[in-house]
Design a protein around this ligand. Structure first.
Ligand SMILES: Cc1cc2nc3c(=O)[nH]c(=O)nc-3n(C[C@H](O)[C@H](O)[C@H](O)COP(=O)(O)OP(=O)(O)OC[C@H]3O[C@@H](n4cnc5c(N)ncnc54)[C@H](O)[C@@H]3O)c2cc1C
Length: 457
């Protein structure tokens, strides 16, 4: 049995932040990883997908060359080069991270299981920790569609291992992950069909925002089947490794064949392997580990940070959990609930939101003012000839505090940051109005939008 101050199970996105600081305090640390170091974001999430988004945008802009007076005779996708680029981003990041952990901590390769609330087993090794952090993230949910076990289907990992372009990609799930891949592959030249159970895509956003996303993606040639349920998967006759998907709308079944199918219908936490009962750590009905505002589980010296605690589903929320954990360890008062929700969907143009959506504001008990501006009215967007999208801001009447903002359009993923700062700092919207921003930018219009604030009807 080896004794540690801290055992970290899983090298999720808070690992660097947490381990870096603990090492500075001379703590003895064990890190355990069952797969590639760096978790989903580095290996199968943010890094590879955003690298692909960049290649897909290059193809898209090359095809649009003539709109800008640039003749491009032929656009061809070298998928091998695209994937080389992806792998050259993710592999060194993971390898470098692992080398650092091997050097700075006792690194164990394998799947961790609790033996009791202080003891963790990895293979034959038994480790005892004063503090234990569960940082094991999530994986793609496998839906219970009849026939799924008889076909080759892809999740966000599998689709990143393809060595040739899908001829016809079927995508189950019209939310963030499914839509990013859908647009990428469409821009690479695949036929793409997206199937969504709801009547609109990205249902976590406002209906008008969903509608713009639908228009943008449809205009690029992505086909959508909305309000449908996948009811059967079988082998395709047309494509050797393909699938025949039967979907149901209003009692009527239709079958479509695809060369590949991506299943992106939600995430499940990586908790079933951990033998949490042995430690007395409680989980909720979906397997997530409930934590208090400092990341503590039902067992106070065991923390659960990142996606596995169900309080965030992003790299930045995972890192923030790590910061809260450290602060708590040193007696501080930072809390998970202090953070303002923020995210971006990296379709092109990006769809970013901070704080409340209009839908959330309407169902809150606050008196809310709203203003908006289509991207088509913003000069810089017109100069770039990228005018799809909308900016929407929500303000609390009386306090003048910003409650939320959606920036869907060119540069939205970066612009949303200034609105996040205003919310986090509790600034009135007038502080934004008083700010002078460089011309010509998309962000320079944000201060002007507030002039049109009107009560939500
Ligand atoms: C396709 C895709 C795109 C995404 N894009 C973005 C984006 O653009 N921006 C963004 O903010 N977020 C994005 N995300 C989400 C982001 O990847 C996660 O929110 C982020 O990785 C945080 O996860 P985490 O830190 O909780 O754990 P993870 O990063 O999932 O890491 C958990 C680690 O724990 C390991 N592990 C699991 N069980 C055990 C065990 N029993 N023993 C030892 N190790 C174990 C796993 O192998 C893994 O390495 C994306 C996700 C996907 C799938």
């Amino acid at each position: 049995m080896k004794n540690y101050d801290v055992i970290l199970i899983g090298t999720g996105q808070a690992t660097g932040t947490v381990i870096g600081e603990l090492l500075g305090r001379n703590m003895k640390i064990a890190t355990i990883e069952s797969d590639r170091v760096g978790g989903s974001c580095v290996n199968w999430g943010c890094t590879p997908t955003k690298t692909m988004v960049a290649s897909a945008r290059a193809a898209h802009m090359a095809r649009r060359g003539s709109d800008f007076g640039v003749d491009v005779s032929r656009v061809a996708i070298r998928f091998d080069k695209v994937m080389q680029r992806v792998n050259s981003m993710r592999a060194p990041a993971s390898d470098g991270f692992r080398a650092w952990l091997e050097d700075a901590t006792d690194f164990y390769s394998g799947s961790a299981r609790f033996v009791d609330d202080r003891t963790v087993a990895v293979g034959d090794a038994r480790l005892r920790g004063e503090t234990i952090i569960i940082h094991t993230g999530t994986r793609a949910r496998t839906p219970a569609i009849p026939g799924i076990e008889d076909v080759v289907w892809l999740d966000n990992r599998g689709i990143l291992d393809l060595d040739s372009l899908p001829e016809h990609l079927l995508v189950l799930g019209g939310s963030y992950i499914g839509l990013e891949f859908a647009q990428v592959y469409r821009r690479f030249g695949s036929q793409v069909t997206v199937f969504e159970h709801n009547q609109r895509i990205v249902t976590r956003e406002d209906p008008d925002i969903s509608a713009i996303a639908f228009e943008v993606l449809s205009a690029e040639g992505i086909e959508f089947q909305l309000g449908v349920d996948a009811v059967q998967l079988a082998q395709s006759r047309r494509y050797p490794d393909g699938v025949a998907l039967t979907y149901r709308r209003g009692g009527q079944d239709t079958t479509i064949e695809g060369s590949h199918i991506l299943v992106a219908v939600g995430r499940v936490p990586n908790t079933s392997e951990l033998n949490l009962e042995a430690a007395g750590v409680e989980v909720d009905k979906r397997g997530f580990i409930p934590v208090d505002d400092f990341g503590r589980t039902s067992v106070p010296h065991i923390y659960a940070l990142g996606d596995v605690n169900g309080r965030g589903a992003f790299t930045h929320t995972s890192v923030h959990d790590g910061q809260v954990f450290l602060d708590h360890l040193w007696g501080g008062s930072r809390r998970i609930s202090d953070r303002t929700p923020i995210h971006s969907m990296f379709i092109d143009p990006p769809l970013a939101r901070v704080g409340m959506s209009e839908t959330e504001a309407r169902s809150s008990d606050k008196r809310v003012l709203m203003a908006g501006m289509p991207m088509s009215k913003i000069n810089r967007a017109r100069e770039k000839d990228e005018t799809a999208g909308l900016v929407k801001v929500l303000v609390e009447d009386g306090s003048n505090r910003l409650l939320g903002a959606t920036v869907f359009g060119v540069g939205g993923d970066e612009i949303v940051g200034m609105l996040a700062l205003a919310i986090q700092a509790g600034l009135p919207y007038t502080a934004i109005q008083d700010t002078v921003l460089p011309h010509p930018t998309v962000s320079e219009l944000i201060p002007w939008i507030f002039a049109d604030l009107k009560p939500l009807e």
